[in-house]
Design a protein around this ligand. Structure first.
Ligand SMILES: Cc1cc2nc3c(=O)[nH]c(=O)nc-3n(C[C@H](O)[C@H](O)[C@H](O)COP(=O)(O)OP(=O)(O)OC[C@H]3O[C@@H](n4cnc5c(N)ncnc54)[C@H](O)[C@@H]3O)c2cc1C
Length: 430
């Protein structure tokens, strides 16, 4: 039996691959619903993509060969040591994604979280859920001097959310109700045109995105080891993407600017002091004497997501400590592997899925001794994968008694949370 932590793209894919190899996957999911960043990260206008991914996850987790245990956060409802050392699983797979915001690198800024400083993950969560019946999460009133610090794809979603909300509110104040999802598709200029109003008439200032590098450096399009020609094309694509965001959503953009200090009034953050930068040999350097202050009632930090620490899992810097990025093997914890966003750090559905399949097939199946021989495919990390698989060649078989005890423990948990079957649970938690 294999424990999988997290039931979203990577976790559900790993569960299906385990089941296909004859192992019994037990998926522990902290939420009632297993959709992870698909539900809480992707802004709600990605309806088609979301529905498609929900279907895939449902198909994977709804199989009789998979045991799903929702509402069970590892590290809280079920401590790591109990899961890893007492329950006797043959292997443990970390598919728990990146649920912690990377901290804004400005001394003392975190003291103002909730008092002027907002992090991306809770902001997007609010945007996706505030219309849900019984929503009781954080609530944000977006002021019209909001700024965003970031530069990656997620920060583009954040600036879009801010401006869509600001313009929707201004239109509502004039008695015009607009649907945010429709406005995202049409863009703000066309939406205003359709109701015969101009941006000037509405008087919305809109938000500004501050990025420490240049527009052409934004990680909005990327490739592994691009040739100079490919790089030039990528840079061109990045500029085009950002220019489109600026045009279509009236976003303002300040490149080569990095936050260096808080501006505070009383107990609130009221702005950020920035410094202009230059990029020398790929590195960002501050330009002395170029500091400038920006007042903002809300500063949203959107500079990346990292895995949440779980007591018992070793970390290295802000990530879990892996012995190999190719096998996802966790340092000092035999039989524990990371996969998906928790390992790749790439906020990308396709990468999470591909990586989950790659790791499960190369390593976990071999580790369990239930799959085919580990196949040495050419390319990144295959040698390491095979090595790990060989090291664990004997596998860690579970005794019948251990399996029985584990099944009883899972049954008890299902009773505690009132879980019956995947489909009835999902229907009840729509
Ligand atoms: C704003 C934003 C926009 C994005 N836009 C795109 C896009 O346009 N295209 C794209 O391809 N990708 C996009 N992404 C990224 C994409 O959504 C993710 O990279 C991908 O869904 C990650 O899948 P995953 O399964 O690896 O991780 P996650 O979806 O993060 O799943 C991890 C799961 O683990 C659970 N979990 C976490 N901790 C625990 C614990 N301790 N115990 C039990 N369960 C736990 C979580 O609840 C979750 O269900 C975006 C992300 C964000 C934030």
């Amino acid at each position: 039996m294999v424990a999988i932590i997290g039931g979203a793209v990577a976790g559900s894919e790993a569960a299906a691959a385990c089941a296909a190899r004859g192992a019994i996957p037990v998926v522990f999911e902290q939420g009632a619903r297993p959709y992870g960043k698909i539900e809480d990260g992707l802004p709600r206008w990605h309806q088609k993509l979301r529905d498609k991914e929900y279907l895939k996850i449902n198909e994977n987790l709804g199989s009789d060969a998979v045991i799903f245990v929702p509402k069970t956060e590892i590290g809280a409802a079920l401590p790591w040591d109990e899961l890893y050392r007492e329950l006797g699983f043959s292997a443990v797979v970390l598919a728990n994604g990146a649920w912690r915001d990377r901290r804004l690198p400005v001394e003392g800024a975190d003291a103002y979280e909730g008092r002027g400083l907002v992090y991306q993950n809770e902001f997007v969560y609010w945007f996706n859920h505030y219309e849900d019946e019984g929503y009781d999460g954080p609530v944000f009133e977006i002021p019209d001097d909001t700024i965003v610090v970031g530069g990656g794809l997620a920060s583009i979603d954040v600036v879009k959310i801010v401006n869509l909300e600001l313009y929707a509110r201004a239109l509502r104040a004039r008695g015009i109700d607009v649907d945010i999802v429709e406005m995202e598709i049409k863009g703000i200029p066309r939406t205003l045109e359709a109701v015969g109003l101009s941006a000037e008439e509405l008087g919305v200032k809109g938000c500004t995105l501050y990025y420490r590098r240049r527009k052409e450096d934004m990680p909005l399009a990327s490739a592994d080891n691009p040739t100079p020609e490919q790089l030039a094309k990528l840079q061109n694509a990045r500029v085009k993407i950002m220019d489109r965001v600026i045009r279509k959503y009236f976003v303002k953009f300040e490149e080569l600017s990095r936050p260096i200090e808080t501006i505070v009034e009383g107990d609130r953050l009221t702005g950020i002091r920035f410094q202009k930068t230059e990029v020398v040999d790929g590195r960002v350097r501050g330009v002395e004497g170029s500091e400038f202050d920006v007042g903002a009632s809300m500063v949203i930090s959107s500079i990346g997501s990292i895995p949440r620490p779980i007591e018992g899992i070793p970390t290295k810097g802000e990530l879990y400590h892996y012995d190999s990025w190719d096998t996802g093997e966790v340092h000092g914890l035999p039989g524990v592997f990371g996969l998906g966003n928790v390992l790749t750090g790439k906020g990308n559905i396709r990468d999470s899925r591909t990586n989950a399949i790659e790791i499960i097939e190369k390593v976990v199946a071999a580790y369990l001794g239930v799959g085919d021989e580990a196949v040495e495919t050419p390319g990144r990390g295959s040698a390491e994968a095979t090595e790990v698989a060989e090291q664990a060649a004997a596998g860690k078989a579970m005794s019948v008694d251990a399996m029985k005890a584990l099944s009883e423990r899972i049954e008890r948990r299902h009773e505690e949370i009132g879980y019956d079957s995947f489909s009835t649970w999902i229907d009840a938690h729509a």
